[in-house]
Each structure stands twice: as C-alpha cells, then as structure tokens.
Design a protein around this ligand. Structure first.
Ligand SMILES: O=C(O)CCC(=O)C(=O)O
Length: 189
C-alpha cells in the first residue's frame, strides 16, 4: 500500500496533500460504482454554465446562482460507512464529513482548475473505476509550480493546508469512465 504525506511542499508537491492506495477493496468499489450509476446524476451547473461531468450532492450543495450553500438530500446510508472510514483514516471525529459529492466522468471528461469553495474545510477524494492524473498548480512569481498525483482506482487523497487553500487542482480528460466520491468537512464559522 502506498501512503504518502507531503508536508514540506515545494519540489515534493503541495503540503497538506495525503494519499493512500487500496483504501477500499474491489467488491466495495464495484458496489459504490453501481450505486452512483443508479443516482439521478445531473450535469454540473455553475451559474449559466454546465460542466460535462455528472454529479449528485448530498448534505449540502453550492448554489452558484445565489453564491451560497444550500441544503441537499441527506447523505445516503450506503455512503455513510465509507465516510466513517475516511474520518477514522484522517483522525477526525465521527460525522465530521457533512457534504458528499458523487461524480461521473465519461471518457474525455475532466475538471478545470479550481479550489473548492471556502465553506468547506478538509476535502477527500475516493477514486473509482479508472485512474486519473490529479494535477496541482500554484503561482510562483511569473510561473506555475506544478505537481501531479496519479490517483489509482480505490485510492483516497486528502487535501488540507496549502494543498487545499493555496494550490489549485484539476483533472485532464479521463481515458476510461471514472467515478469519484468527494467527502468534505465544514469550516467552523
Ligand atoms: O473527482 C475528483 O476526484 C475531484 C473532484 C473535484 O475536484 C471537485 O468536484 O471539486
């Protein structure tokens, strides 16, 4: 099992990025894929624009038109055991994960450069079905400093610290259908 914790930043990649292979086994992975594929997934809406990835939000969703969080359907029972496992892996209290996003990336679909909304604190991503290049960049004077994480199916990454708040991330178009489950904790207000 590959475990990676990048605390130093710089050449080694973003500080606050943590990654592990084989977070779940193949049987659980297939069950999660089947569950996500059966959801009423909708193309990602941001204001007047639509992304090609298809998503379902639980707990909260970000309303781009109103620029605020809105309540969403409760986190489904089939996700809860995985959320508990994520919390245990990160050393967080139970029920810290309050937002879950299920995403489907068809072949040739990716996600552009962004940082997650500031309402959320730690962000975790479980990769399902196929690998992706999970890219990071941050400004360094007049150039971009870059880092790429090869996120394998069944792996989990965590973005905290600078990986979360300073670096942007993106995924180039995937070569095979990929699903992901994003788990987010909330910023304390
Ligand atoms: O699919 C993933 O692992 C990343 C998803 C993501 O960055 C997002 O929805 O903001």
């Amino acid at each position: 099992m590959t475990q990676l914790a990048l605390f130093g930043g710089g050449e080694d990649g973003p500080s606050g990025l943590r990654y592990t292979d084989d977070f779940i086994n193949a049987a659980i992975e297939q069950d999660l894929i089947d569950r996500i594929a059966a959801l009423p997934l909708q193309r990602f809406q941001f204001g007047a624009f639509e992304g090609n990835r298809r998503v379902a939000s639980f707990g909260y969703r970000y309303d781009y038109a109103l620029q605020r969080l809105a309540e969403a359907e409760p986190i489904p029972d089939w996700v809860t055991p995985v959320a508990r496992r994520v919390e245990a892996w990160a050393g967080l209290p139970e029920a810290s994960v309050r937002q879950v996003l299920c995403t489907e990336y068809e072949v040739s679909v990716g996600i552009g450069w962004h940082r997650d909304k500031p309402h959320f604190d730690k962000v975790f991503g479980l990769s399902l079905g196929s690998p992706c290049k999970f890219r990071f960049r941050r400004r360094s004077g007049d150039r971009w400093e870059r880092h790429t994480l090869e996120a394998l199916p069944r792996s989990l990454y965590m973005m905290d610290g600078e990986a979360r708040s300073v670096w942007e991330h993106s995924i180039p178009p995937v070569e095979a259908r990929r699903y992901s489950i994003t788990f987010r904790t909330m910023k304390r207000t």
